[in-house]
Write a protein that binds this ligand. Structure first.
Ligand SMILES: Cc1ncc(COP(=O)(O)O)c(C=O)c1O
Length: 441
């Protein structure tokens, strides 16, 4: 299908919900199937159009789960501990455990040494992981970098934990000098550290080994810290990237790892995975007779379809398939970064990352059309599996056109936004820093 024009796009936006009668009246007597199907077909058509410009969020939209359609005839519910099973027989815990075993192996922890479950997403996985850390250290201080996902700050509020926000480097990586200073400030209390293995906005990977060294140098022995690795997007990607060193490994003194299932693997419903050490798991759990299981998870009823989607995606792609997808996303991200830089647009791409950060487009409609995620003066594109070179070329062409048009409109006074504060002078193309580059040459 060809890319749509802005006018067609507007039409689709208008149709998204407005022309479809979605309201459910109190006196609804049941709608004929043909009407319901028409609404759904229209919605599918609209979604297909949005997908062609879906650049800013880390969801892989390239999947085909048609073979799993027969499962929609069943309500599948994995309430309880996946390893204990449940008295509700329509569950998919056998698929869930297979998926968990795969992740445990990927992150270097033996079957009998780990525990985990399939969550509703990365946020719930973080919620569980930080709870495990807090159960270890009820008086612990939570440390996390300023570039962390908003879920971490929310979790600190939910658990009423003291949260210390640590500065980041330009890359988005946690600044270990600042970490050390803050650790020394709270030396008398254990440390619960949330590390980002891929920050949301810049795709920066915190240096686990350096953080461990920093903890040790600051006087924190291994029985006084707990490290959680929030690897929402990169948790699957990094282990398959040939050029990357082994980053996520339970051979290191880390307590848990979380990942979103709908991000890299691609899944039509949000889901996630949390893996921790089994030795931590007894403190907070209880046996519950009515479900014939152990209550070890945050939620009660749990989606039984999600583990099957994950299992199917992993089985179908295989290791080589996943590796090819990772390499391809990274190569396409480099392509976009080069195209933006060559066109004089300030941009940054971290090593081993598929997230290209650049100067925020000033045209709000343009950002919305391409579904860009923006923060302050920067925006980003997350190059996922459905993002093609053709899409990236169209995006850059349109971006350049909009940029030159705003210059024309402002009679030449248009100034590119300065993004040096966020991505360093070297990656900024504002008028002042362009001059700096010229001088530096
Ligand atoms: C670093 C990081 N952690 C956690 C999350 C939350 O994941 P989810 O949206 O699956 O709850 C995200 C989502 O983008 C993220 O980027």
């Amino acid at each position: 299908m060809a890319l749509t024009t802005p006018e067609e796009e507007k039409q689709h936006n208008n149709n998204n919900g407005c022309h479809m009668n979605l309201a459910i009246s109190q006196y609804c007597t049941g709608e004929p199937q043909a009407n319901l199907s028409a609404v759904i077909n229209h919605y599918v058509h609209t979604l297909n159009h949005f997908n062609f410009r879906n650049l800013g969020y880390p969801t892989n939209q390239n999947f085909d789960y048609d073979a799993l359609a027969p499962l929609l005839q069943f309500h599948l519910n994995n309430a309880g501990d996946p390893f204990v099973g449940s008295s509700f027989r329509l569950n998919s815990t056998s698929f869930e455990v297979s998926v968990l075993d795969w992740f445990a192996n990927l992150w270097d922890i033996q079957k009998n040494k780990y525990w985990g479950y399939v969550t509703t997403g990365g946020t719930e996985a973080n919620l569980h992981a930080i709870l495990v850390g807090r159960e270890q250290f009820p008086d612990g201080v939570l440390y996390t970098s300023e570039d962390s996902h908003y879920s971490i700050f929310k979790i600190a509020r939910i658990y009423r934990m003291q949260c210390v926000v640590v500065k980041t480097l330009f890359s988005g990586e946690i600044d270990c000098a600042d970490l050390k200073a803050t650790l020394l400030h709270h030396k008398d209390r254990p440390a619960i550290i949330n590390l980002n293995i891929g920050t949301t906005m810049k795709g920066a990977v915190d240096d686990i080994d350096l953080v461990i060294k920093t903890l040790e140098k600051s006087g924190f022995s291994r029985d006084r810290f707990y490290i959680h690795c929030d690897a929402a997007l990169f948790g699957i990607m990094l282990p398959f990237l040939k050029a990357a060193p082994k980053i996520i490994s339970f051979k290191k003194p880390i307590g848990s790892v979380s990942v979103s299932g709908h991000k890299f693997l691609g899944c039509p419903i949000p889901c996630g995975v949390v893996i921790t050490r089994s030795e931590y798991m007894n403190a907070s759990s209880r046996d519950v007779e009515i479900i014939g299981s152990r209550d070890t998870t945050i939620t009660g009823s749990r989606c039984g379809h999600a583990p099957i989607f994950l299992w199917y995606a992993i089985k179908k792609k295989g290791s080589i398939g996943i590796q090819n997808e990772v390499e391809n996303c990274i190569a396409n991200a480099r392509y976009l970064h080069n195209r933006l830089s060559d066109a004089g647009i300030g941009a940054m791409l971290n090593e081993h990352s598929n997230i290209v950060v650049f100067e925020r487009p000033l045209d709000h409609e343009f950002s919305s059309r391409w579904n860009l995620a923006c923060q302050g003066n920067i925006a980003h594109v997350v190059v996922m599996q459905h993002v093609t070179i053709q899409m990236l070329d169209s995006f850059v062409t349109e971006f350049l056109h909009k940029r030159s048009f705003s210059r024309f409109q402002d009679y030449g006074s248009f100034q590119p936004l300065c993004i040096a504060e966020k991505v360093s002078i070297a990656n900024c193309s504002c008028s002042m820093h362009n001059l700096y580059h010229d001088c530096a040459c």
